[in-house]
Design a protein around this ligand. Structure first.
Ligand SMILES: [Zn+2]
Length: 259
């Protein structure tokens, strides 16, 4: 990506306010008088450093709830941070590669090849690796296409456009029932897994129609307790669409290929 200019709405300005929590059942926000549901649901019991007992600690004012080791010689704080999911929109002869999931959640639904980024790899290399693992497809990454934050489930997605690379073959990896190329008009939106995938592919079709691929950024808010891709259970907010010039002065984007 050699240049980018904002064409969407301005990003929301973060309010300078004391931390609040969102009640997982009602969506209401308020002071942090109770630990957030995701921490309670983890049922974390033991310290990873010393094996001591963990307890959810009442935070000082303005701080977050944490699991804290009760061993006075340790006191380890078990921080929980969001995970990064990386994946590819693989293009070949005007079609897009999708994988039918062989695992839960969303068993039997179609998805873009994607998975958790590993230590010691870049997001682009991770996206290519996941594509190899799930679809046995070699790819060349073209450009980042979308970044979605999903605060409710502690995930952030980076999805790249990529082209199928030699030998231009693909087949099901262990987490896929089936792998197939779809004409854009035949993408099975009613059978897609995950809000991030359906949101990305809807924008991808928009960009295809206009002939200009943008870079998309935004936040996906899910309704508490909703299924991964209930179409009425999430909204996209703070969407920014940045125009991208891949043929600018620097001569285009570097590429990463899974070896
Ligand atoms: Zn400990």
């Amino acid at each position: 990506m050699s240049s980018a200019s904002a064409s969407g709405p301005s990003p929301a300005t973060a309010a300078a306010a004391a931390p609040v929590e969102t009640d997982a059942a009602t969506g209401a926000t308020g002071p942090m008088t109770q630990p957030p549901k995701f921490l309670v649901d983890m049922k974390a019991k033991f310290c990873r450093m010393c094996g001591g007992r963990l307890e959810l600690s009442t935070p000082p004012e303005g701080k977050e709830w944490r699991h804290v080791c009760q061993n006075p010689d340790c006191g380890y704080i078990d921080y929980q941070n969001p995970k990064m999911v990386v994946g590819c929109i693989v293009e070949h002869e005007g079609k897009v590669l999708l994988c039918k999931r062989a695992i839960q959640p969303c068993y039997g639904k179609w998805t873009l090849p994607a998975g958790y980024m590993e230590w010691n790899e870049s997001s682009a290399a991770g996206a290519a690796r996941e594509t190899w693992e799930e679809a046995h497809a070699q790819v060349s990454v073209i450009a980042p296409y979308a970044h979605w934050d999903i605060p409710m489930i502690g995930q952030a997605y980076i999805l790249f456009r990529a082209s199928l690379a030699p030998p231009y073959t693909f087949s099901s990896g262990p987490e896929s029932l089936e792998v197939a190329l779809f004409e854009p008009s035949a993408i099975p939106f009613e059978e897609l897994a995950f809000s991030s995938v359906s949101t990305t592919l809807r924008l991808y079709l928009e960009d295809l129609r206009t002939g200009s691929f943008r870079f998309h950024h935004g936040v996906i808010d899910k309704r508490p307790g909703s299924l991964p891709n209930d179409p009425g259970a999430f909204v996209v907010r703070d969407h920014m669409a940045l125009s991208v010039d891949l043929a600018g002065p620097s001569g285009g984007a570097d590429t990463a290929t899974q070896q």
